[in-house]
Design a protein. Structure first.
Length: 293
């Protein structure tokens, strides 16, 4: 039997909670909100989605604590499914680790470049040297991200599973957990593309439900214009300075402002990915407890 990813989790059953349970209702609400969000590529929209993912996986963990859910998933026919969920959680944690490592390296590189810019009046050579190092670190980061993005195709294909001798209600429950994994992969893919400075137009996600009312509020790390990429702005500013025979003070001051905005953006995204990572670990522990029951 193939999983129907749209099968309602709210089917009444002796093995799973009924529609009245608030955890399931809240879970569905957050899942729908993430699926319905617009495919924008600004730092604020990505952070909004990271926060949404954290909340979604919090409810996943709460649902996994329900005795009826634990009893259903602990049955032998569901063990292979729980194992798939565990594999999926490990993939998500690996991607989070990659994103966090790239962000940490970006912070170190931007600090070194900021120091060189502040001392620029006393040493043009030092500025160019650190600028070159920063651009080299960006190339390295993009290669790391490109390798991670190439693996996404295989991850997404692996989300469609088949099974037999499992009741429809349990299949529905697991399919919803797999949907959460799918949504998380899409957001993490968007995050990695953003860090790489991708200038491609944002693609509509597979659910593509346009809703202006769900446009995420902007946070301090992002500019007021839509789809501004702080990584790309600094890359362009630095390239522009390097291609000029003489850099005026206004251009250097502009670069400093862009770097400050990027640093705030990195801090914000790093906090979001760390919070999500911690929640994914807690959820994985709950799955492991059920699997080893």
């Amino acid at each position: 039997m193939a999983i129907n990813m749209n099968y309602s989790l709210h089917t009444r059953s002796n093995s799973v909670p009924s529609v009245s349970h608030p955890f399931i209702s809240q879970y569905d609400e957050h899942l729908h909100r993430l699926k319905a969000s617009e495919a924008t590529s600004s730092s604020s929209s990505i952070r909004w989605k990271l926060n949404g993912l954290q909340t979604l996986h919090e409810y996943t963990d709460k649902i996994l604590q329900l005795p009826t859910i634990q009893q259903a998933l602990a049955k032998e026919p569901c063990k292979s499914w729980v194992d798939e969920l565990l594999e999926g959680s490990l993939r998500l944690l690996d991607i989070c680790s990659t994103a966090k490592d790239v962000l940490i390296q970006s912070t170190e590189s931007i600090h070194e470049l900021q120091f060189a810019v502040r001392r620029r009046r006393g040493g043009e050579t030092a500025f160019k040297t650190e600028g070159g190092k920063y651009l080299s670190s960006r190339k390295k980061a993009k290669k790391t991200i490109q390798k991670a993005l190439e693996n996404f195709k295989g991850f997404k294909k692996g989300l469609i599973l088949t099974s037999s001798n499992i009741d429809n209600e349990s299949l529905s429950m697991i399919s919803h957990f797999k949907e959460a994994e799918d949504v998380t992969l899409i957001v993490l893919e968007s995050l990695l593309s953003f860090i790489s400075g991708s200038r491609g137009k944002p693609k509509e996600n597979r659910w593509s439900i346009v809703s202006k009312l769900m446009q995420p509020k902007r946070v301090y790390c992002d500019s007021y214009q839509l789809n501004i990429n702080e990584f790309e702005v600094v890359d362009k500013a630095l390239h522009s300075l390097f291609h000029k025979p003489c850099c005026n003070n206004i251009s250097v001051e502009s670069l400093q402002n862009h770097m400050e905005n990027l640093e705030l953006c990195i801090q914000d995204l790093e906090a979001g990915i760390e919070h999500l990572e911690r929640q994914l670990i807690r959820t994985r522990v709950s799955l492991l407890n059920i699997y080893n029951h």
